[in-house]
Design a protein around this ligand. Structure first.
Ligand SMILES: [Zn+2]
Length: 86
């Protein structure tokens, strides 16, 4: 059964999956002023989790940014894309 949310947003069944997706989305985000999703929340409509670009940054994401880990992951993802093009 495919679960859907009336909001039309992509949903995640568990908080941990939403956090993974949040981090992945930020890794894939091009460098620049674009603001990607910063947090996750539990939806009132479907009871599952969604990503949001509003509100407080998720502590786990903030930690990756502060440690410089996110920047490293971004660079790794860039290289992966370049290598795939060959
Ligand atoms: Zn929902």
């Amino acid at each position: 059964m495919k679960r859907t949310c009336p909001s039309g947003k992509r949903l995640y069944l568990h908080e941990a999956l939403a956090i993974d997706a949040l981090i992945e989305a930020n890794v894939q985000l091009p460098v620049g002023p674009n603001r990607g999703p910063v947090a996750i929340y539990q939806c009132d409509l479907c009871g599952y989790y969604h990503l949001t670009s509003q509100g407080q940054i998720h502590p786990q994401l903030e930690k990756l940014i502060n440690e410089g880990t996110l920047a490293k992951m971004k660079r790794a993802a860039e290289w992966e894309k370049k290598l795939k093009k060959r």
